[in-house]
Design a protein around this ligand. Structure first.
Ligand SMILES: NC(=O)c1ccc[n+]([C@@H]2O[C@H](COP(=O)([O-])OP(=O)(O)OC[C@H]3O[C@@H](n4cnc5c(N)ncnc54)[C@H](OP(=O)(O)O)[C@@H]3O)[C@@H](O)[C@H]2O)c1
Length: 265
């Protein structure tokens, strides 16, 4: 790709998977998340396997001023980003009335605010890169199948991902003709640390039922991006594509009832 790709949430799961694929394709990386040791280990691994240079920036993106701090850091290091993957995100689970207000605020700050502000800061460089070298410029925002309908007991998470999907589709339209590949990545359940962070338990060492692997999500996303026309959204996995179509056509109350029952356990 011959460009610099910034990946948030690169210390785990999908972010790490996207970073690996981008490195394999020849991009240098900027790796952002809070766990510095993990990012540094990934940087070493990517250098050994693919000969890429990675810049590690440990940062809590939900903290006030974090995006401004990140952009200042990039400017100081003279790094211009051509591809952005906004993968950092988490979910809370439970009835909203019982939720921890600070944790909900953190979820909105990360899933919505940081993603929006970082995109705003880097979009001019992404578009400029696309105009110079169209194959080296992309914006991938991690949404979810939760973006397509309300999800009882994951109310703030589903709303945050509906925001990401809507926001990204608008940017897809606004940047048409620039060469920038913009897409919202919408996986269903993926076997990462996500469920553990959300405190949805799976027996130790067991992959959650019907989950996709990181490689499946990354592979299907890049397969779509490699097409001449980038779709504004990608639903990963045939079963997830079928379910999102059903939920688009079924009455909203019926979808709510089904998801409400499903998430009681
Ligand atoms: N796994 C799924 O089932 C699934 C399904 C649909 C969509 N998604 C979406 O995919 C994205 C990636 O999730 P994942 O499955 O890869 O989960 P994951 O394995 O838990 O990874 C989440 C990443 O976000 C980073 N992160 C969390 N809080 C952060 C903060 N305050 N500041 C900076 N980085 C932070 C974590 O790094 P640190 O802890 O080191 O900061 C980690 O690298 C999320 O946006 C998620 O909503 C996941």
């Amino acid at each position: 790709m011959g460009t610099v790709a910034l990946v948030t949430g690169a210390s785990s799961g999908l972010g790490e998977g996207f970073a690996r694929e981008l490195a394999r394709r020849g991009a240098d990386l900027v790796l952002v998340a809070r766990r510095q040791a993990r990012l540094e280990a990934l940087a070493v691994d990517l250098a050994e396997k693919f000969g890429t240079v990675s810049t590690v920036i440990p940062l809590d993106l939900a903290a006030p001023g974090a995006v401004a701090e990140l952009v200042t850091d990039l400017t100081t290091r003279d790094i211009r980003v051509g591809t952005l993957v906004n993968s950092a995100g988490f979910a809370t689970v439970g009835n909203f009335v019982d939720s921890d207000a600070a944790r909900e605020a953190e979820q909105i700050a990360l899933n919505v605010q940081a993603l929006t502000l970082l995109t705003r800061e880097l979009l001019p460089d992404l578009v400029a890169t696309a105009r110079r070298a169209p194959t080296g410029a992309a914006l991938m925002n991690l949404a979810s199948t939760a973006a397509f309908q309300a999800v009882p007991r994951m109310s703030v998470y589903a709303a945050s991902k509906a925001y990401v999907l809507s926001f990204t589709e608008s940017l897809w339209y606004e940047t048409r003709g620039t060469g920038l590949k913009v897409t919202a990545v919408c996986p269903g359940l993926v076997a990462t640390e996500f469920a553990g962070v959300a405190q949805r338990t799976t027996p130790a060492g067991e992959r959650p039922r019907r989950s996709l692997s990181v490689d499946e999500v990354v592979g299907s996303t890049f397969a779509a991006l490699d097409r001449a026309a980038t779709p504004p959204l990608i639903v990963n996995g045939a079963r997830n594509r079928m379910l999102t179509r059903v939920s688009a056509f079924a009455p909203r109350r019926a979808v709510l009832a089904v998801l409400g029952r499903r998430r009681r356990s």
